[in-house]
Design a protein around this ligand. Structure first.
Ligand SMILES: [Fe+2]
Length: 436
């Protein structure tokens, strides 16, 4: 199947344009919902780790302008004087509140002006053109995913701000215990990455064959209940479980539980979008750093999976359950801010991979043991600042998306990365074990 076939299905270019337009409208509705707040909330910096929300808002419009309007549409810059403000590489997050950013009303006006012209470009463009930005609507996939990724970042900012109101109590299926808590994956060759998913990023390419020895991987992500055993067992006070850098980080910052957790007597509480509630034991743990995940795994006599092990456990499909779009939220995975929390372990038996590994996609991003590195034969496209500048041994790879990730911004080959100390993202983990 070619890239184009994979995206078009039976719809053809006209159907694809309609789908792109619908997805663009949906993502914008989402961005506007997260920024439907008073100006002070939007311009304030809630954490030095994060941009003010109004920066994210104008930045998604600026990115759309650069790629769709200028690169593909050949349209003159609308506001060339603001480009540098929204270039993530010119100003670190901590400095962004002191920049002369567009105010909330101006930012909304700017992004809607861009969007109107983007829809004109969509109308005109030939999606069967072999140019890699045009073919199969790649550039639209780029801006769609980018905006959804920023929406998830905005949710992390909102969680840090402790602003109430974003808890959505959508129904999630109940969990069920695993008869066999680990799944054995036999030794052998598998295909990592993709050449055929049309909107895949450059870092997911090219597909390549890789041999892995046999290993065992947890059927479900590690739950709060299991993680609490580590906490109660003094896991945070025992340097045996920690890498030296992780131990030093935890000591220096007084870390003794996941972010947003507090203890009151015998009960652990968490704050979720301003709402305080007891920590639910059956949910996958989230808001732990890579160092905490790594320490837990060592305490449990296991280790974190490599990203190759994580991907192989998905069974070589676009999603663990097959090729079907997870847009029908609820059956296979917990994605798209249906509820503002992970679903209990075992909630998605239908979403299992052919090996029987569950909840690989959705619920929580999963830390892996791997550094973010290019695949053999990597070719940068369309720009270096998406992936290339982050390759090396600084960032750890996360896989699978979280409850906050939109279905169009995740698949089994999708790679995310962050510093091993980061905890504000919606990240948890599962463990693995080498086998003879
Ligand atoms: Fe961005």
């Amino acid at each position: 199947m070619t890239d184009l076939d994979a995206v078009l299905g039976n719809a053809g270019p006209t159907g694809l344009k309609e789908r792109i337009a619908a997805e663009l409208a949906a993502v914008r509705e989402r961005s506007l919902a997260y920024t439907d707040a008073d100006d002070d909330m939007l311009v304030r910096q809630h954490s030095p780790l994060m941009s003010p929300l109004v920066w994210d808002l104008a930045h998604v419009g600026n990115y759309e302008e650069l790629w769709v309007l200028r690169e593909v549409g050949g349209i003159e810059p609308l506001r060339p004087e603001i480009d540098h403000l929204y270039d993530a590489f010119k100003h670190p997050r901590k400095d962004r509140p002191s920049l002369p950013l567009l105010g909330p009303a101006e930012a909304r006006k700017y992004i809607s002006g861009v969007r109107g012209r983007v829809l004109d470009v969509l109308d005109q463009v030939d999606l069967t053109d072999p140019d890699p930005l045009r073919a199969a609507g790649y550039v639209f996939g780029l801006v769609l995913q980018h905006e959804h990724q920023h929406d998830e970042t905005m949710l992390a900012t909102l969680q840090l701000s402790r602003r109430p109101g974003l808890v959505r109590d959508g129904e999630l299926p109940p969990g069920r215990p695993a008869a066999e808590p680990e799944v054995h994956i036999p030794a052998g060759v598998f295909t990592m990455g993709t050449d055929t998913v049309a909107w895949a990023y450059d870092n997911e390419r090219p597909a390549h064959r890789l041999y892995l020895p046999g290993y065992a991987i947890d059927r479900h992500p590690v739950t709060n209940g299991a993680y609490l055993e580590f906490v109660e067992d003094g896991g945070y006070r025992d340097p045996r479980w920690w890498l030296p850098q992780g131990w030093e980080w935890a000591e220096r910052n007084g870390v003794e539980a996941p972010l947003f957790w507090t203890r009151d007597g015998d009960t652990w509480w968490r704050v979720r979008f301003g709402r305080e509630e007891p920590v639910p034991p059956d949910e996958p743990v989230q808001h732990v750093s890579w160092y905490e995940a790594d320490a837990y795994a060592r305490w449990a006599g296991k280790r974190l999976p490599t990203e190759a092990e994580w991907e192989k456990a998905c069974g070589g499909r676009r999603y663990p359950w097959g090729e079907a779009d997870p847009g029908h939220l609820g059956r296979w995975a917990n994605l798209g801010h249906r509820a503002a929390r992970p679903a209990a372990a075992g909630a998605y038996p239908d979403g299992a991979s052919p090996y029987g590994v569950e909840q690989l996609v959705g619920d929580v991003w999963e830390w892996t043991d791997s550094w973010f590195q290019p695949y053999p034969g990597y070719r940068c496209f369309p720009y270096e600042e998406y992936s290339k500048v982050f390759f090396g041994d600084t960032y750890r790879v996360l896989r699978g998306g979280s409850w906050a990730t939109h279905p169009s911004a995740v698949r089994t080959t999708f790679r995310n990365w962050d510093y091993p100390i980061r905890r504000q993202i919606f990240a948890g983990f599962r463990c693995a074990r080498s086998e003879e």
